[in-house]
Ligand binder design. Structure first.
Ligand SMILES: NC(=O)c1ccc[n+]([C@@H]2O[C@H](COP(=O)([O-])OP(=O)(O)OC[C@H]3O[C@@H](n4cnc5c(N)ncnc54)[C@H](OP(=O)(O)O)[C@@H]3O)[C@@H](O)[C@H]2O)c1
Length: 250
């Protein structure tokens, strides 16, 4: 039987590990023996997660909109965690979104693009040279079903995810002569902090929004799909994965 593509003791950097999909992915990767770098802005949940995971997991301050913080991210890591084998490029939001374009604030739309597009690029740009130098590594970029089509009131958010989709394909071309695996994960509707964050921290409104989707996915559904993709033999790249609730039409 072919060997798993996840090496025991692999270092995995998960951006946005303080909540939702990133947290779930961190848990599953730690279960698979990875040393997880739990990255994000909120240190308290990251520290609690790292403690829960053990096995070499660490909490790490990373705001993907901070250019200098991203540029220096590998140098800021302890020596034991500098050789990043797996990047889960997950941090993202739609804060202030779900409005007609003219009714939303341009500052909010710019911040969504800054995180979902520029932030994702900054982290990949900091991590990829090490992977290229070692001739090995896995990048999982989180796009969305919204990368495939616009829904009502997803204007800027969906466009940022279409960027992630195209960018990920571009990276796959760039590294096609190497053993790097470049993976796009496209989740459907999943219950996380995303909706409450989108509505400026209004938890009741976030819950009501998710209540409209009875078949909604759990973050662990996506975490298991990520592990499935990474688990394949290193000669296999699961290039794109579209994971949707069974009971929701796309
Ligand atoms: N939930 C869904 O239905 C769904 C569907 C498709 C795709 N996605 C994508 O999945 C990814 C994760 O979303 P989620 O649903 O898990 O949302 P979530 O529960 O709100 O988690 C978002 C994570 O992103 C982090 N984050 C936001 N801005 C950041 C920044 N500037 N720097 C570093 N970290 C930042 C947050 O951490 P801090 O606040 O601690 O920094 C948080 O850990 C996003 O890219 C989202 O677009 C979600």
């Amino acid at each position: 039987m072919a060997e798993s593509g996840i090496a025991r003791g692999a270092v995995a950097l998960v951006t946005g590990a303080s909540a939702g999909l990133g947290k779930a992915a961190a848990i599953r990767l730690a279960e698979r023996g990875c040393k997880v770098i739990c990255a994000g802005r909120r240190q308290e949940p990251l520290r609690a997660l790292a403690k829960q995971l053990g096995k070499g997991a660490i909490a790490f301050t990373l705001d993907v909109t901070d250019a200098e913080g991203c540029r220096t991210l590998v140098d800021r890591l302890p020596g034991s965690h500098r050789q990043i084998d797996i990047l889960i490029n997950n941090a993202g939001h739609d804060t202030g979104g779900r409005k007609k374009f003219d009714e939303g604030r341009i500052e909010d739309f710019a911040a969504i693009a800054e995180t979902n597009i520029i932030g994702l690029m900054r982290v990949a740009h900091a991590v990829l040279p090490g992977m290229v130098g070692r001739g090995r590594g896995d990048v999982v970029n989180l796009s969305s079903t919204a990368a495939l089509r616009q829904y009502a009131l997803t204007n800027v958010y969906a466009a940022t995810k279409a960027f992630v989709r195209s960018f990920t394909e571009g990276l796959r071309h760039d590294y096609k002569d190497t053993d790097l695996r470049i993976i796009e994960m496209m989740p459907g509707m999943t219950r996380t902090e995303f909706a409450a964050t989108r509505f400026g921290g209004d938890q009741a409104r976030g819950d009501a929004y998710y209540g409209r989707f009875p078949g909604i996915l759990d973050p662990d559904d996506i975490a298991r799909a990520i592990v499935y993709a990474l688990d394949q033999p290193r000669s296999v790249t699961v290039a794109q994965m579209l994971v949707v609730p069974t009971r929701e039409a796309l």
